[in-house]
Design a protein around this ligand. Sequence first.
Ligand code: MLT
Length: 404
Amino acid sequence: MLKVNENYLELQGSYLFSTIAKKVNAFTAENPDKKIIRLGIGDVTRPLTPTIIKALHDAVDEMAHEETFRGYAPDLGYEFLRSAIAENDYVKRGCDIRADEIFVSDGAKSDSGNIQEIFSTESRIAVCDPVYPVYVDSNVMSGRAGKYNKDSANYKKVIYMPCTEANNFAPEFPEETPDIIYLCFPNNPTGSAITKERLQEWVDYANRNKAVIIYDAAYEAYISKKDVPHSIYECEGARTCAIELRSFSKNAGFTGLRLGFTVIPKDIVIDGTTLHSLWARRHGTKYNGAPYIVQRAGEAVYSEEGKKEIRGLVDYYMRNASYIYNGLKNAGYSVSGGVNAPYIWLKTPDNMTSWDFFDHLLNDVNVVGTPGSGFGPSGEGYFRLTAFGSYENTVEAIDRITRA
Ligand code: MLT
């Protein structure tokens, strides 16, 4: 008898940002005259920079001529992009990562959702709590998360590592030993960062316990402090236990263009099988590659002009982050993040629940943020604002919130 994948029935509601979009759309339909400011989903608002636009145009022109036209991209991505990534993101930072260990993709969201496929469904996953929902939901879909418990608002088989004010929003080693550990630093949603010393402890822990770390470094361009590592491969021993996910979305504004990559060192071997070979097999089977023109745009990010322009984008958003952080702090809010990340994490006032505070901001000051509880049980009582709006809207939103 035909059956659906029952694991999907364990998913709770719709995807967090879809739920928020529905609520905002309903509000807008009822209040068409209100000017809503959206600081919810971490979507960029600055246009692509001139160097990237030129690379796109040039690549489009190449597609118009028989001699330069390109069809399917190579399975793992074009060599020109993988070499630029290896050189600029890794070799220049002293990390031993080679171009043939990089898999180009359409972004870190799909990779972070799909990567679990190469592990057994028996594997135990550990996630930070609060957490980017894709890590948990994709494991729910594959049956690795177990049943949902409504009272504790968590999944039975998932190991949650609370990230709270008490531990400075950085996870402790869990009591149960996981097989797969998801870490995201700089962190989405809390905006916290991890020191190199602490990350090294995690790498040692993973190697000791024969676990794999899936390290999401999508926000590395926002790091401003010297003791914060840009890649997990800055740590000794990471080649045998860590997969790294990266994105062009947040540094170069590719949320609409779509480009990212996953690094799997060939030294991660489990029961005689390299994870690299499994991901290569999966990539070859299920994916036909990011478009040529987009990969050329990605290459332009690493040109000298491209790097300068990208720095300008990051600085622009970080000015917003400071405005949000300082504005809320001066108004008496308890805030963190915003220094090495484009997210500000604040405690809701007067013990309001995260969703009550969401409704209050939407209805009373027409500002959209993200309720902390949407990222996991330890996010209850917190709220996330993104620095990815325009400067003018950011200033107006914070003025509205602090006057309310
Ligand atoms: C977020 O708001 O958490 C992110 O923008 C979502 C994403 O990158 O997929």
